[in-house]
Design a protein around this ligand. Structure first.
Ligand SMILES: O=C1O[C@H](COP(=O)(O)O)[C@@H](O)[C@H](O)[C@H]1O
Length: 260
């Protein structure tokens, strides 16, 4: 697993634009190298800010959207089309405006969908879908995602892995149903830390002063059960993309000064 690197931008708008440019380049490079790219999306303000910035970036036309697999790191277990579903928000921010191959858009099942109101069954189904997409070269039950995006909650949660809840302790399954989440809605579906760590690159996004404490704790060597963000690492790269406010409590020698 890779050690965290930290990049800090002046404000959340610039952070979103820079992350969008970085992601476009990564997708184009992966498509050139391997024929296709795979990205795991996150919900939340910063994840959706990145997608909205991609929608505005002229370089988005360099992406072959038909050769992109999209997965989700977590989903709020709500009915299809609910405005709080991460899938709905991603569609509004970017996905409805680009020519994706629908067969390569791997949304998690909604509440009231094929698995009714059973988030555990929805999680099992997503694990099966991931396993079916993994090849021998992946050496495990999930594909080697090119980039896996994560927002970081003020309580240090990532995806829907909350401090001390069972999901963050999971070591075998790749996807779990989450019950009793402290942030609404209480029922969710989430990749686990083992699935997150299958990604080549994990990018954690945090902006705003309400994230400063969580960022500082996660980068201070805390344990992943108490601080889930501390356990999110990519195989080749772990990148924390922050704005000045979210970086405010980090030691100054942990990152280069932000000039952009
Ligand atoms: O509920 C969720 O929250 C986190 C963080 O969201 P933010 O708005 O504080 O950035 C998000 O990453 C996760 O996907 C989502 O379900």
């Amino acid at each position: 697993m890779s050690a965290p690197q930290v990049v800090v931008h002046r404000d959340k708008e610039l952070m979103a634009q820079a992350a969008a440019a970085r992601l476009i380049t990564k997708i184009v490079d992966a498509q050139a190298a391997r024929g296709s790219a795979s990205v795991v999306l996150t919900g939340g303000r910063n994840g959706n800010g990145l997608l909205a910035a991609m929608a505005q970036a002229p370089a988005r036309d360099a992406v072959d959207w038909s050769r992109l697999d999209l997965w989700w790191g977590d989903e709020r277990f709500l009915p299809e089309g609910h405005p709080d579903r991460n899938h709905t928000q991603a569609c509004e921010a970017l996905l409805d405006g680009v020519p994706l191959n629908p067969a390569r858009v791997h949304a998690m099942a909604p509440a009231g969908g094929p698995y009714g109101n059973n988030a555990d069954l929805a999680a099992e189904a997503y694990a099966i879908e991931l396993a079916a997409a993994a090849g021998p070269e992946d050496h495990g039950p999930v594909p080697s995602f090119d980039v896996l995006l994560l927002g970081v909650g003020p309580d240090t949660h990532v995806a829907s892995l909350f401090p001390e809840l069972p999901g963050v302790r999971e070591t075998e399954r790749t996807v779990v149903g989450v019950h009793g989440a402290p942030k609404p809605p209480p029922t969710r579906v989430s990749l686990t830390l083992p699935a997150i760590r299958a990604a080549r690159e994990v990018w954690l996004l945090a902006a705003g002063e309400d994230k400063a404490n969580a960022v500082a704790i996660a980068l201070s060597g805390a344990g992943e059960v108490q601080v889930p963000a501390a356990g999110a690492r990519g195989r080749s790269r772990t990148l924390w993309l922050l704005d000045d406010a979210a970086a405010a409590q980090l030691p100054r020698d942990m990152y280069a000064p932000s000039c952009a």
